[in-house]
Design a protein around this ligand. Sequence first.
Ligand SMILES: *Cc1c(COP(=O)(O)O)cnc(C)c1O
Length: 377
Amino acid sequence: MFRFSDWLPVDGFCDVKTAPVTYKSKSLAEELGLLNLYISFNGYWPEKGAYNNSCSFKELEAVPTMLRMQEKKKKGVIQVSSAGNTGRAFCEVSANTNLPVIVVVTDSARKNIWTTKPAENVLLITVKGDYTDAIEFGNKVCTIDGVLAEGGAKNPARRDGMGTTLLDGAITAGIIPDWYFQAVGSGTGAIAAYEMSMRLISDGRFGDKLPRLYLSQNDTFAPMVNAWKDKRREIIPDTDMPDAKNAAMNVYSPVLTNRTPPYGICGGLFDALSATDGIMVPVSKEKAESAGSLFEKTEGSDIDPAAAVCLASLIEAAEDGIIKPDETVLLNITGGGYKRAKEELSIIPAEVYAEVPAGEGIEGLSDEISRWVREHA
Ligand SMILES: *Cc1c(COP(=O)(O)O)cnc(C)c1O
């Protein structure tokens, strides 16, 4: 990904193979009747040159974030909260760079936290609850001296890292795409695509039109879909995500269940959707499952459930004629290749340091974590 280093808020580079990989689809494109379908594959797929060993585009965020931390010479350890993929990505980058990280995930995501090399500098905590419970406990961990919040969507290294998918897509297609398709949880990836498009327009070589964002969420948990339907900047919890916690814990793709996304804030997803005349749709489990199978059949790799949600939204948009056959589409397959990774790489489960219930205070653990931070910072 460091061929885009001029576009990233870092000076140096890390010796990793993490990168967005774009290719023009034949088989899936034919199935959908699209002439210019570009797939941004962010996972593990050696034949395509895709070596995000942790199998998702979260690695594109983790690499520049960890490097920037090191370059800024901030004394401390970075903390990330995750529904699974972000945590695994940061653990993998930590395993490769030896930079320390504190990861807080939901109990149900614990099986998804593994690395392909031994991770000696990871402190993993699991929380019995949903993604937002993990975020809340993570925030408490950040009150400990020397623990630094990674910042989520507010961290430019994360946004620009994810934005490399749009850069690679535009370079491969020769033009900024007409449409950018992604399933969203926080919306950071889509904000990143929007920001990168503006920068590409100033660059001038790839056209002067912003891509329209076409975004999707699970139909059973879709706060941003519901707020955007009314063109509302505020998410109203009772209206847009009734019984949020239960709903969030029972979805097809858990990585899309942030209850407090950077939607309404200035420069957030609402602004990105407004600027790009964006569309947001809900997707059912059935449609996502069949989209996932279609991808595997036509293109040849398994994909993350979130990417299947996204593909289902593209299938529907193509069928409904929202996308014209000759328009350029960038389909962000945000994760995939788990089957191959499990066969070909050594998968080392991360060790859990502590388990806590949802809503737990930090007092019981703060001395131990402080000590770990002093040893690793
Ligand atoms: C995190 C994630 C998403 C959603 O990305 P946001 O930037 O949080 O909206 C989509 N797909 C996969 C595979 C993810 O891991």
